[in-house]
Design a protein around this ligand. Structure first.
Ligand code: AMP
Ligand code: MG
Length: 318
């Protein structure tokens, strides 16, 4: 199969309506999308990604009204969050009704649903009379794609079309929340920060989990893996320790003058910019085929928490 890259939604509408898969741009990362109401299409998504069936998919749609038609109810605080941060990088886990096949939710009685903030994909979603199930458009466990080219590099020949909406503006996956025992529970850290959640939900209504307790199903210790081993620590010491190896360095804001292969995520120490560049940098440094990628712990606040989560999973090897 030949994979086309296009900036127009027409053929995406046609392919998706015919239950084929299309990679779509969102503000977080590119998604591998298919009709969420058709079990065979959903099965095809798992197959192309080589994703285990226990890892449920996020359903994408373009309005809160449409979300309501797939769930039993939306708790008040979730509704307020949806009004404030949708479209945006926030996913809601809600009790699902029978319209959504069990395969989408890996057999759970809830679904994860969000409204992506990308003009092209919002146009696409409003033209379709079904929602799109869309996990990140990479092979399972590998680095998430933040450009059409990243998708092409991993899925060329496996899907008919990649919709090219440019580089992703947020660059890391959505934050996932659910409502449990009258508290908001954060299942995955991502593009919406804990502070932003507190602003709307109130600190007292958030069940704060420690970083290593945050477990949405399918979130594995090893994820986003680079081919090149990735090591996290104090960068100057790591660089000194590996001075006889071929190294690439991924830093937050500091440039190391003597080094050739490095990616500074944000020279002005802006965590937004760092998140936006994170996967691009990981793809680029991995392609250099060095012995190691050395990186550091980012500030443990705001989007830094989500970045540290991604780096920890990328560095984990069994
Ligand atoms: P991805 O689409 O790759 O960003 O990942 C989607 C993630 O959403 C899954 O790996 C789960 O962690 C989470 N998720 C999806 N559906 C549910 C659900 N019903 N309950 C809890 N978490 C979910
Ligand atoms: Mg993913």
């Amino acid at each position: 199969m030949k994979t086309r890259i296009s900036k127009h939604i027409d053929s995406a509408i046609e392919l998706l309506t015919n239950n084929q898969l299309v990679a779509i741009p969102t503000e977080t990362v590119y998604g591998l999308a298919g009709n969420a109401l058709n079990p065979e299409t959903v099965l095809h998504i798992y197959e192309v990604k080589k994703r285990p069936h226990f890892d449920p998919l996020i359903v994408h749609t373009d309005s809160i009204e449409k979300i309501k038609s797939y769930v039993h109810e939306i708790p008040l605080i979730i509704h307020e969050l949806a009004q404030k941060y949708s479209p945006g990088p926030l996913t809601f886990v809600l009790p699902k009704n029978d319209r959504i096949p069990d395969l989408v939710s890996s057999g759970l009685d809830s679904i994860a649903v969000r409204i992506p903030d990308h003009p092209m994909t919002l146009d696409l979603l409003s033209a379709l009379d079904f929602p799109l199930a869309a996990p990140s458009a990479n092979l399972f466990g590998k680095i998430s794609p933040t450009s059409a080219q990243h998708v092409y590099n991993q899925l060329n020949g496996k899907i008919p079309l990649i919709l090219d909406g440019g580089d992703c503006s947020i660059g890391i996956e959505s934050t996932i929340v659910s409502w449990k025992n009258n508290k908001l529970e954060v299942l995955r850290l991502g593009g919406i920060t804990i502070e932003q959640l507190k602003n709307i939900a109130g600190e007292e209504n958030i069940h704060a989990l420690k970083n290593d307790q945050i477990t949405a199903p399918g979130q594995l210790k090893s994820h986003y893996t680079t081919q090149t081993p990735l090591i996290i620590g104090d960068l100057p010491s790591l660089i000194e320790k590996h001075k006889d190896s071929k190294i690439a360095v991924l830093s937050f804001c500091k440039k190391y003058d003597q080094l050739e292969n490095q990616f500074v995520l944000s020279p002005h120490a802006d965590l937004h910019e760092a998140a936006q560049n994170l996967f691009k940098a990981m793809h680029a440094l991995d392609a250099l085929k060095m012995d190691f990628i050395l990186t550091e712990v980012f500030p443990n606040t705001g989007l830094g928490l989500a970045i540290n989560d991604r780096l920890a999973r990328a560095s984990f090897r069994d």
